[in-house]
Design a protein around this ligand. Sequence first.
Ligand code: HAM
Length: 428
Amino acid sequence: MAKQRIQAVRGMNDLLPEQTPAWQAVEALLRDLAQGYGYAEIRLPIVEKTELFRRSIGEVTDIVEKEMYTFEDRNGERLTLRPEGTAGCVRACIQHGLLHTPGRRLWYLGPMFRHERPQKGRYRQFHQFGVEAFGLPGPDIDAEQILMTARLWQRLGLEGLRLEINSLGSPEARRDYRRLLVDYLRGHYQRLDEDSRRRLETNPLRILDSKHPEVQEVVAGAPRLLDHLDAESRAHFETLLALLREAGVDYHVNPRLVRGLDYYTRTVFEWTTDRLGAQGTVCAGGRYDGLVAYLGGPPTPAVGFALGLERLLALLEASGRLPETEAPHAYLVLAGEGTDRAGLALAERLRSAVPGLRLVVNAGGGSFKAQFKRADRSGAAWAIVLGEGELASGTLGFKPLRGEGEQETLDEATLVARLHQVVHSGPA
Ligand code: HAM
């Protein structure tokens, strides 16, 4: 009986060798971007106490109600695979006293887990790059984070991303608005779908971003939170918009943008694209001035965002902007008595002499013809040839694999010089 093959868990993807070079290039760029704005990396556990997410993301959110991977460990402790990075980052900052220094800027990158219905751009394990800035109350830092993302799109050659922005005001303003909204929606109860009726009791603001057409019609006539902001939040929002205009960043104020996590106050924003179908939000974030204190830390305003790497890479692919794979510079062909051993030593000498050299050494023998085929398939630009003749005369063959060109015979010092050229000026 054939054994059944075990497959990966639904919604959790392998990243295959042909995909990882593009991921590495994007990750390197993100690291560089974060450093360019004074953000330091923080690495956080993938598992946290369930309570952390219940308290920070909010009891009546989709994430906490139905998407968390929660389990009891062997000691009976309730633990959860992190569905996002902000909660853990805040927890770590409080735990390690990182917030005594105001203006702490941190970034992280890693897998997150949500038990959502998988579809294109929506997975159960996905990766986020996120940044969080603590202790900075003004709109200047909100603006800087948005500029940081705008710079990223530019560096990646991405066009057409749309910035949607809104303000959720202070918790007090939101509480008052919530009452107004609930009164209004009660007046249209018959037109609400089941989900919205439930949310009317638990989290009425989420009804504002309902996808249900009839609910959307009702919502279009609803009072707008933006018209009921407290004076400070209004001033914060207006300064932020002015800063964005000055910096030349286009934005669209979307009064219905509320976000799916409860910790936000004031600024919220999303970068969306229409090139990825239903899962078009590539990056999202906002201000969460109350969360640090709520989790037991010193009162500390904070703002951050996270972007989904799967979506960013899908967008790069759709835009024809996927970073190129870095093929080997050279493939060492070894054929004949004694060339295996000599080849291994030669390769080590070349790697020492030419920093940055990407060199693949033929393994497992094979005829010249077979080895040249492998060299070609490896994507290498050059073949280095060590046969019995070369071994006897102390020379090496050097042959271009892309385009025309005859095999040359070189001594090792000349080969090293040529490889330096190849590595530093790209394939000649
Ligand atoms: P979020 O909107 O839940 O915010 O997620 C941020 C981004 O992660 C989304 O815009 C999307 O690109 C990606 N993402 C979310 N869920 C999935 C999924 N199931 N599959 C693929 N990609 C996904 C947060 O997580 C906040 N912590 C952001 C933040 C940081 N706010 C302040 N600081």
